[in-house]
Design a protein around this ligand. Structure first.
Ligand code: DGT
Ligand code: CA
Ligand code: CA
Ligand code: ZN
Length: 574
């Protein structure tokens, strides 16, 4: 079957993993999870890899899983999955879709309360029928309600990191059409918002009908919702709507400005036009007294006519950018190509898919000067965390790699240690002191009361060995709310102690968020960007971290890893 995407294959593999886990099968679920992650994040098209007979070359894909992927690519389905599904009590799968409900809880809910759907579950929680089940309690009941709300939201929005590659692919294919003059992404995806509701694309073409035809029959288009000469809307098999608008080349700038949004930015901009007795809309900027078009061919012209420099799309949220533009005080945003190294990378030493050397080689190919290997430490048994002995071994391995490297590329020996409930770390200071970079992050007890969580983070920062607090709020986009933290207090402590806060670039984290990163910088905190890569391909997630930094008004100076290694060493606390 043509057109099965990497995401679809990954989704099927994940479901197999979930079902195997429910059945209590050991090891196999992890194998399927790992394969799913690899397929989801690899740059090659899975159908092409299958056609070339190279599935087994994907890291984490052995003979058995390769056969399954082959079947999915050929038929769009997996017989093995169908049979696993039939073994389950009805409804259990829907429940597992809710974050915080694992297989055991789902089966218990189904058996004790006859809960079959998410609506059933919500009703049971609201009626207080869950708290008395063995192993549940009042807190769990509350968490279940919160998760249901998150998952309802999630159905409506998708991660930027998942959708941007698909949107770029469409953009590329449209650009290739001979009648097309200009193409651009617009809407929230052009603003690089962390989640997107739908994808907006704009094109200028001499032959709108042909472009719409090409668009409606792109691979990956599952359904055409509405079709016209100026606007066509489709739904991709990945489950997201894409709107294509085709406009006259002379109006492209005005349309791009309008459809990029945000709505709030546009309203503020339109006020400037009205004050001059002009009208600004998607067709152009028009002087109402003469009826003459003042601007509209390109975006710069629209902003210029209104007395403003062009404003980067990432800033267009009406959070002060128009005032800053008018005052000539727009920030000099960090560029997507200004990152010199990645400060949060995992390898096969803990839960990663690739070796230190493979990660280093991939980072070098991206143009980096350094990476920090930050595998998990001991407390994270699920992630095969490292003992002090293993860390010493890893440090020796890194020293060897650096010694033998002829490229001038540097691998830094780091760790991602776990911040315990009391703010303590899971490695002795003597071990931490010997490393180049120490990232400390919270991985459990995320629902502590605000006061405790705040104290916990500040206690960790008081350890002189800690350079960076990883994914500071613990949120998972569309899935888990950030922990309750007094961020102002954390920012103040970080600034005073010289501890950096991370913008974790993993697509489902983006933590700190744009708004929080901006507040941190204003409080004098230095930020660090880390992809949290679990494979070579994941290194590319850095882009989403940079996008978040830009949306947070950050310049290169605010971010440690825009510095060459010699300068970076000065901001590390050792
Ligand atoms: P999304 O899709 O929810 O992630 O967010 P956007 O910003 O992409 O919103 P969308 O797709 O509804 O519309 C795309 C852009 O079109 C939006 O950013 C600004 C513009 N736009 C849409 N509706 C309005 C409106 O009623 N007034 C103004 N001024 N602009 C609008
Ligand atoms: Ca949109
Ligand atoms: Ca839209
Ligand atoms: Zn982590």
């Amino acid at each position: 079957m043509a057109g099965v995407t990497n995401l679809e294959v990954a989704a099927i593999l994940r479901e197999v993993a979930d079902l195997l886990e429910i059945k209590g099968v050991r090891f196999k679920p992890q194998a399927y999870q790992k394969a799913a992650l690899a397929v989801e994040t690899m740059p090659e098209d899975i159908a092409e890899v299958a056609a070339a007979g190279k599935l087994e070359e994907i890291p984490g894909v052995g003979k058995a899983i390769a056969k399954k992927i082959q079947e999915i690519v050929e038929t769009g389905k997996l017989g093995y999955l169908e049979s696993l599904r039939q073994e389950l009590p009805e409804g259990v799968l829907h429940l597992i879709g809710i974050s915080g409900i694992g297989p055991k809880k789902a089966i218990a809910l189904s058996q004790a309360l006859g809960v079959r759907t998410v609506d059933d579950l919500e009703a049971a929680a609201k009626a207080g029928r869950i708290r008395d089940l063995p192993g549940f309690g009042e807190k769990t009941e509350r968490n279940i309600l919160e998760s249901i709300q998150m998952s309802r939201q999630a159905r409506e929005r998708r991660l930027l990191g998942q959708i941007l590659p698909l949107a770029r692919d469409i953009e590329r294919r449209l650009t290739a059409h001979p009648s097309v003059r200009r193409v651009s992404l617009a809407g929230s995806i052009r603003r690089r918002k962390e989640t997107v509701g739908d994808v907006d694309i704009l094109a200028a073409s001499t032959s709108p009908a042909e472009v719409m035809e090409v668009f409606a029959s792109l691979p990956g288009v599952e359904r055409v919702l509405a079709r016209g000469l100026t606007k066509t809307s489709v739904v991709l098999s990945a489950g997201i709507q894409v709107d294509l608008r085709v406009v006259e080349d002379t109006q492209f700038g005005a349309a791009l400005q309008y459809f990029t949004g945000s709505k709030e930015h546009n309203i503020a901009l339109r006020r400037l036009a009205i004050a001059r007795n002009w009208r600004l809309n998607e067709y152009g900027l028009v002087d109402l007294s003469t009826g003459r078009q003042i601007a509209g061919e390109d975006e710069e012209g629209v902003y210029q006519a209104l007395g403003l420099p062009w404003i980067e799309p990432e800033l267009r949220e009406n959070r002060g950018e128009i005032e800053a533009a008018r005052a000539g005080k727009l920030p000099d945003l960090v560029g997507y190509d200004e990152i010199r190294g990645d400060l949060h990378v995992h390898t096969t030493w803990s839960e990663g898919a690739h070796s230190i050397e493979e990660m280093a080689e991939a980072a070098r190919a991206l143009g980096y000067e350094y990476i920090a290997i930050c595998d998990h430490a001991e407390a994270l048994r699920i992630a095969r965390g490292l003992s002090p002995e293993r860390i010493a071994e890893q440090v020796r391995e890194i020293e060897r790699i650096n010694r033998e490297s002829e490229s001038g590329f540097n691998v830094l020996a780091g760790i991602e240690c776990n911040i315990g409930l009391d703010g303590g770390l899971d490695l002795p200071d003597s071990v931490l002191a010997d490393l180049d970079v120490v990232v400390a992050s919270v991985h459990s007890g995320l629902k502590q009361p605000e006061e405790e969580m705040t104290k916990r983070l500040i206690t960790a920062m008081h350890n002189d060995n800690v350079d960076i607090i990883g994914h500071p709020t613990g949120r998972i986009l569309l899935e888990r709310e950030p922990s309750r933290i007094d961020l102002a207090a954390v920012f103040e402590a970080a600034a005073n102690l010289g501890v950096m806060l991370e913008i974790n670039a993993y697509p489902s984290r983006l933590d700190l968020s744009d708004v929080n990163a901006r507040a941190a910088r204003e409080a004098g905190v230095r930020l660090s960007l880390g992809s949290d890569a679990h494979s070579r391909e994941n290194l590319r997630f850095m882009e989403f971290g940079v996008a978040t930094a830009r949306r947070g008004w950050l310049s290169a100076d605010d971010i440690a890893n825009t510095r060459p290694l010699s300068e970076l060493r000065n901001v590390l606390r050792r």
